[in-house]
Design a protein around this ligand. Structure first.
Ligand SMILES: NC(=O)C1=CN([C@@H]2O[C@H](COP(=O)(O)OP(=O)(O)OC[C@H]3O[C@@H](n4cnc5c(N)ncnc54)[C@H](OP(=O)(O)O)[C@@H]3O)[C@@H](O)[C@H]2O)C=CC1
Ligand SMILES: O=C(O)[C@@H]1CCC=N1
Length: 273
């Protein structure tokens, strides 16, 4: 599938490198990958971690021979990057954007191109090959382009195809979701410390509890409410805590948080902030 392809990763920070780590060697040989960063320090770190790929700060040179161009800078950093690549982007190169909120028609207009565009919304667990990515094809992308982009993100976790309209919700849920789960793990750890557990013990127990509960949900295919019922002995400890969480509106809090993040994703297409 990737036999004839050359990949340019423009803005290889956290997300760009997560993908790089999964692709290198398995799907693409390192000599057909080129990655860009602005800073000297960033480029040096890339060269250290991936000595066999090409690293540069020259985005125009990076896209000159690329058949797949992954745009992985922050949304507000894209103007300078687009100015650099606009004159030299190959017309038929597949452009994959992970920029939160930015629509494919906005990207096409800003790049002044009819290139096939696929949007992807990964998340940081891609760094450990446990990412959750949703992908949406822009109007000029074919099924082949979507399949190619999907295969890239499947190298670092799971991938779902959605409509472009659903991308803001995905950004609020799984794109931003690790932040909420990290907060939960931190809070659970503090709760253990509050009850007298040593912090390192509490941290290991809370992390493994979240990991185990996620794995059980995924592997069993059971509804989470059924699994929760399995933990709650009548008159026992877990139901006492569940009642406390319900009283404080855990469910509503999460629904509202995802709604706020989804709205913020929508706003990003309209602003440069
Ligand atoms: N972090 C997350 O959880 C997620 C992020 N995203 C999206 O992924 C994108 C990247 O986020 P993330 O990886 O966290 O951000 P990072 O800041 O880690 O990475 C962005 C990189 O872009 C580089 N960069 C900026 N401008 C240029 C330029 N003109 N030329 C070359 N390199 C450039 C920066 O390099 P330098 O540091 O050298 O200046 C930086 O390393 C964003 O658009 C975000 O919306 C999507 C899903 C999840
Ligand atoms: O906060 C952000 O903009 C990025 C996009 C998804 C997760 N983090």
């Amino acid at each position: 599938m990737f036999n004839d392809h050359t990949l340019a990763i423009l803005g290889a920070g956290s997300i760009g490198q997560a993908l790089l780590g999964g692709l290198i060697g398995d799907l693409l040989p390192p000599e057909r990958i080129i990655a860009t960063r602005r800073s000297e320090a960033g480029q040096a770190a890339l060269r250290d971690a991936y000595p066999d790929i090409q690293v540069t700060d020259d985005n125009a040179a990076a896209v000159a021979d690329a058949t797949i161009v992954l745009i992985a800078c922050k949304p507000y950093q894209r103007t300078a990057l687009f100015d650099a690549i606009r004159p030299v982007l190959n017309n038929d190169a597949l452009v994959i954007s992970v920029l939160a909120g930015i629509h494919s028609d906005t990207l096409a207009r800003e790049l002044d191109s009819t290139n096939p565009i696929v949007r992807a919304m990964p998340n940081t667990p891609a760094l450990v090959d446990a990412g959750a990515t949703a992908l949406a094809a822009g109007t000029t992308a074919t099924q082949t382009h979507l399949d190619l982009a999907t295969a890239m993100f499947e190298a670092v976790g799971t991938a779902e195809v959605v409509s472009e309209k659903q991308m803001d919700a995905v950004t609020g849920l799984s794109g931003s979701g690790p932040a909420y789960v990290f907060m939960f793990i931190e809070a659970l750890t503090d709760a253990g410390v509050r009850q007298g557990l040593p912090r390192d013990v509490a941290a290991r127990l809370s992390t493994q509890t979240v990991f185990g509960a996620a794995k059980l949900t995924r592997d069993s295919g059971e509804h989470p409410a059924i699994l929760r019922d399995g933990v709650t002995t009548p008159g026992g400890t877990a139901i006492a805590a569940v009642s406390e969480l319900e009283a404080h509106g855990l469910r509503t809090m999460i629904i509202n948080a995802v709604e706020t993040a989804t709205r913020r994703s929508r706003e990003l297409n309209e602003s440069d902030e």
